[in-house]
Design a protein around this ligand. Structure first.
Ligand code: CP3
Length: 356
């Protein structure tokens, strides 16, 4: 038990849903659930083996392989949730934008969206092409049933728009902000189109068995609060609400969001992802205790000696204080050279932790 007020009998804990799902809904749990952003990836030998024979996109498009990668990672780590192996950029293709992952450079979109005409050309009627992700979720759900939480995901409108406009990763988001400021009509139309596609994409994932949808607003920290409110918030809120109406909780995650958390929580998302720049209790206060939180270990702590790693894990669990609605995670994704055994050690540390 993490704390006395979370005390439940074995019967009660097995009654409704997984430990992970219960925490998303701020229900009491027997032990803080834990999973990791990018838990299936290059730091794992099994994944590197599969990547020798398949590209990232090939893995995503073959449900058998995507499901295997998802299941292997979750089982090897012994975590409480499995996030479907897919990528944020997959919806670009049915919208009419080709992209590829170039070694060492990350994603490259061949003809980025730069003006109103480009926005008009984007299609919103082919989200069903993403059904391969749903087929993979069905396989993962059939494997784990209620033992683990199954997480479907998509990008948030702002973050996805930034990839479409910049054509890849970015440091300063110049093209994105230029469109936002100089052609707000095209900008809003772009976000509207993205939301239409993402709603259908999320519906496919929920119908296939996703218990929760995580919305990644990975690059929202590039916006100041006023711009987040004016240019990004409403589209995120719309997406959050429509996914919730599908009957599943939503995790809304961003990076470098210290100044945005209160507004992000106003989307109504059930769970807010916290990065590591602020202590968890401060972040949770900003979010409000009416929401669950997920986080917030610095992923690079996984390179520290075990004693230091344990100290950091315990600090986070103490800051959560046994309050229902904490999901242990990193503040951002596992990086490629991370030692797997340290990730496994964190799972043990979370499971063995007792609040004094
Ligand atoms: O277990 C998992 O989390 C794997 C599933 C997953 C991937 N991408 C596979 C992937 C998830 C949840 C994502 C989300 C994703 N993709 C995000 C949001 C999460 C975040 O980190 O904020 C973003 C921004 C992307 C876009 C993306 N995909 C980038 C920037 C890159 C390049 C990163 C790099 O280090 O090269 C990718 C490639 C990618 N997607 C990899 C994986 C495992 C890298 C490994 C590979 O090439 O096989």
């Amino acid at each position: 038990m993490n704390s006395t007020d979370q005390h439940l009998s074995a019967d009660e804990t097995t009654l409704v849903g997984s430990r992970f799902l219960r925490a998303c809904l701020r229900q009491p749990v027997d032990c803080t659930p834990v999973w990791f952003l990018r838990q299936a990836g290059r730091y794992m030998q099994e994944y590197r083996e599969i990547r020798k024979y398949h590209t990232l996109v090939e893995i995503c498009k073959q449900p058998e392989i995507a499901a295997e990668v998802t299941i292997t990672a979750a089982e090897k780590l012994g975590v409480d949730a499995a996030i479907i192996f897919a990528d944020l950029l997959l919806p670009l293709e049915p919208m009419g934008l080709d992209f590829e992952f170039q070694a060492g450079e990350g994603p490259v979109v061949h003809h980025p969206v730069r003006n109103a005409e480009d926005v008009r050309a984007l299609r919103t009627d082919r989200a069903a092409d993403l059904a391969y992700v749903a087929r993979a979720i069905e396989k993962v759900a059939a494997h784990f049933r209620d033992r683990l939480g199954i997480i479907g995901f998509c990008g948030a409108p702002y973050t996805l728009a930034s990839y479409m406009i910049e054509g890849g990763g970015s440091k300063n988001y110049i093209h994105t902000k230029q469109m936002m400021y100089s052609d707000p009509t095209a900008w809003r139309s772009l976000l509207d189109k993205i939301v239409v596609v993402l709603e259908e994409y999320c519906r496919l994932q929920v119908e296939a068995g996703a218990d929760v949808i995580q919305i990644f607003d990975s690059w929202v920290g590039s916006l100041g609060l006023a711009d987040y409110r004016e240019y990004a918030f409403e589209a995120s809120q719309r997406l959050v609400r429509s996914v919730q109406q599908m009957g599943v909780p939503v995790i809304y995650f961003g990076v470098e969001t210290t100044g945005l958390l209160t507004q992000m929580a106003a989307t109504g998302a059930d769970v807010i992802g916290l990065d590591w720049r602020q202590p968890l209790d401060e972040g949770w206060r900003a979010v409000g205790h009416g929401h669950a939180v997920q986080g917030n270990l610095d992923p690079i702590t996984l390179f520290a000696p075990l004693e230091v790693l344990e100290q950091r894990v315990h600090e986070i669990l103490r800051a959560a204080g046994g309050r229902p609605g904490h999901i242990f995670n990193l503040g951002h994704g596992i990086v490629p050279t991370t030692p797997v055994e340290n990730v496994q050690a964190v799972v043990r540390m979370v499971r063995e932790f007792r609040l004094k």
